[in-house]
Design a protein around this ligand. Structure first.
Ligand SMILES: [Zn+2]
Length: 482
């Protein structure tokens, strides 16, 4: 708006200036006399100005005419620039048309059509970085893996498309199950684009799968730096990896490094049970009972877990049952209401043969949250108190069909593991194992449960009391008498 106003003002000013200049020239006296071929022309100043302008226009027109003549001359001499340019534009239009049609075909799942269009686009455009991508995707869609791989390899040649090529071949190798080559390619892709989140994830998964814990920790750090991983998750996963590193070192018998690594894992994440157990065992091997106690007590106060109690018992392996019971008092002090504490206390009292105290320790756990473990403890207590065999069997029968209580379960595929590990043994996911209760129904008996009391009842007279002894030895106190 303002600009238009300025333009109008400038135009008006120019018109006024020209008019004023013209009037001035007309008023000027004198002029110039030009003599051409003996004839003299006398021009007034205004005629002189018009004459000058006329000469400038004439020269400009002359030059234009000359250029046109040159162009015509060239054309007549066989230079077909104008014509070839017209056809080039036509080729480009056809090429892009084929390319967009190919992309449409790809999106609608018509692989063969997309491939044909890609070939057509390449013929017209001669831009392989554009058309190769379409060809590769179309080849994958139609299941032509060889063609897809060959095209991805062509993409490797250009700096701009190298990453796409590497990623394409990596995905192919992954789906073929060739994890060695996939890992090498993932490393290459990671070097090209360290901030690419998908590449980071693939690399991390493969490294964890191959037990390359050092490499996996480096990838994890890169993930933290590029901002694709929250700090607390990084801390936890790094602890998991540090622990796995420690385990591997332990396997080959290098105790000093394993202890250090396990302790580091424990420092990073004190609630990680296996790390705490590893660290504590490291200290026990070192004869440092005070640190082992500290590590385990800290972990237990965060998350009571039978493996922690078992490791705590290992600190003094040959103490009496009474001494052990006494030593555990400070260990369980801060978690008295936790079911794990109640069951642990019951176990300790059973080994100390204080059955009424064991029963008190269990409290109403068998009513409120019955599990195979606490029902078996109850059977042991009843037996210790000299109850009738039928009562003991009653508890054991209930234990058979009761839920198992918390286990190491994969969050991804729900697979139950006997021991903790960094990767799920079933679905190979990384850091998915958590200590939790499996969904109800997982441990149901295949036959009708109402049959059991009948079977047990029939055997009552002839069956020896041996099974109960076995249960006591194998189920009730295995963790404390290693
Ligand atoms: Zn799993």
């Amino acid at each position: 708006m303002l600009w238009s106003l300025i333009k109008i003002l400038v135009f008006v000013a120019a018109v006024i200036a020209l008019t004023y200049g013209g009037t001035m020239l007309m008023d000027v006296e004198g002029g110039a006399t030009i003599s051409v071929g003996g004839i003299a022309f006398t021009l007034s100043p205004i005629e002189l100005v018009f004459g000058f302008v006329a000469v400038v226009v004439a020269v400009w027109l002359g030059l234009k005419l000359l250029a046109l003549m040159v162009a015509t001359f060239k054309f007549l001499n066989g230079d077909e620039t104008a014509i070839s340019r017209y056809f080039d534009r036509n080729r480009e239009r056809k090429g892009y048309e084929a390319l967009s049609e190919g992309m449409m075909a790809l999106a609608s799942g018509e692989g063969h059509l997309a491939m044909t269009k890609a070939a057509r686009a390449e013929k017209y455009l001669k831009q392989p970085q554009l058309t190769n991508l379409l060809t590769a995707q179309a080849a994958e869609l139609t299941g032509d893996r060889r063609k897809a791989e060959a095209t991805y390899k062509q993409l490797l040649a250009d700096d701009k498309t190298r990453f796409v090529g590497v990623r394409g071949i990596m995905k192919q190798k992954l789906s073929e199950g060739d994890t060695d080559l996939a890992l090498a390619l993932a490393k290459k892709a990671f070097a090209l684009k360290p901030k690419h989140e998908e590449t980071q994830d693939v690399l991390l998964k493969l490294q964890a799968e191959k037990a390359d814990w050092t490499g996996a920790r480096q990838t994890l750090n890169a993930k933290l730096k590029s901002g694709s991983l929250p700090r607390d998750v990084h801390k936890r996963r790094d602890a998991v990896l540090a622990l796995s590193e420690a385990r591997d070192i332990l396997d080959t018998g290098k105790t000093i490094e394993s202890r250090e690594a396990a302790i580091e894992a424990n420092r990073l994440s004190p609630d990680l049970i296996p790390a705490a157990v590893m660290a504590a065992r490291g200290y026990i091997a070192d004869g440092n009972a005070r640190y082992a106690t500290r590590v385990l007590t800290k972990a237990w106060s965060v998350q009571p877990h039978p493996e922690l109690a078992a490791a705590f018992a290992e600190i003094v392996p040959d103490e009496t049952a009474d001494a052990r019971l006494k030593r555990f008092q400070s260990f369980i002090k801060r978690t008295e209401d936790h079911p794990e504490t109640k069951m642990l206390l019951a176990e300790l009292n059973i080994s100390a043969e204080d059955f009424p105290a064991a029963k008190r320790a269990l409290g109403d756990l068998v009513e409120k949250d019955p599990t195979a473990r606490n029902l078996t403890l109850m059977a042991a207590i009843e037996r210790g108190e000299g109850a009738d065999d039928s009562v003991v069997r009653g508890w054991l029968t209930r234990a058979l069909t009761a839920p198992r209580g918390p286990q190491w379960i994969c969050d991804n595929c729900q697979h139950i593991h006997a021991n903790w590990g960094a990767t799920c043994s079933n679905c190979k996911s990384f850091d998915t194992l958590s200590w939790k209760t499996p969904p109800a129904g997982d441990v149901a008996m295949p036959a009708g449960t109402e049959m059991l009391p009948l079977i047990v009842g029939q055997k009552q007279d002839s069956a020896p009391p041996a099974p109960v002894e076995v249960v006591e030895a194998e189920v009730v106190t295995p963790s404390l008498e290693k």
